[in-house]
Design a protein around this ligand. Structure first.
Ligand SMILES: [Zn+2]
Length: 231
């Protein structure tokens, strides 16, 4: 395997996932991670597509030259709402390899295991590279302006903040210490002012929103930076 580190794949993905819903982003990172364990190298080729871009794409092979690439008009694709992404698979040399083989099926299975819908299951026009997460919203609901929750029910999501205690707190403290942030009480499992300061410093350093709360984005960055220093 020629230098195709997981970290590299995750970084590549990050660039393509701008304006994609953060929960969908998390799922795509999870897909990349789990596929990597099976020696399947996933890159994201496209995430958010504006309605205007979708119109242009739809015109291709219809009003403009070329062959038809989509049946979805502007506003008729989950990409237009930041709820879909497309992948490609790389071979061992890091080249895109479009051979539809068992790796694609496996990638589809992994995606479905983490709650995504896979275009490879579609009956009319199979779209192997495509994954989406709809939050139960139809395209017509989305077109009429309905939006998925920014954060799904908070209860099921980890939010670690000032005043919190327990294993979650201890875990992030360990990572912060490992990353060079000093905590007066060490990894004591209590989210006090020194932990708050460290979290804010970390968020600032990584251009995250500096709110001192460890939500999904901060947690993801913590894990990623921590893992980077482990290998
Ligand atoms: Zn797609």
């Amino acid at each position: 395997m020629s230098g195709l580190s997981l970290d590299k794949l995750l970084k590549k993905a990050e660039n393509k996932l701008q304006n994609v819903h953060e929960i969908v982003q998390e799922k795509s990172y999870e897909l990349i991670r789990q596929a990597y364990k099976e020696s399947i190298f996933v890159v994201i080729t496209e995430g958010f597509r504006s309605i205007e871009q979708q119109h242009k794409l739809y015109s291709k092979g219809r009003a403009t030259p070329g062959s038809i690439v989509t049946n979805a008009k502007g506003g008729y694709s989950y990409h237009n709402y930041g709820l879909a992404f497309d992948i490609a698979l790389l071979d061992d040399n890091g080249e895109v390899d479009w051979t539809i083989d068992r790796r694609w099926k496996k990638a589809g299975e992994i995606g479905k295991r983490i709650g995504l819908e896979w275009g490879g299951d579609w009956t009319s026009l199979k779209d192997y590279p495509h994954f989406q997460y709809t939050f139960g919203l139809s395209l017509s609901e989305l077109r009429s302006g309905k939006k998925p929750e920014k954060q799904t029910e908070k209860a099921s999501r980890v939010l670690i903040e000032y005043g919190g205690r327990g294993n979650h707190v201890q875990l992030i403290q360990r990572m912060l210490i490992h990353l060079g942030y000093s905590l007066s009480g060490g990894a004591d499992g209590i989210f006090g002012s020194s932990t708050l300061k460290a979290v804010k410093a970390f968020q600032q350093a990584l251009y995250l929103q500096v709110d001192g709360i460890v939500g999904p984005k901060t947690l993801e960055k913590l894990y990623r930076n921590f893992n980077k220093t482990m290998f």
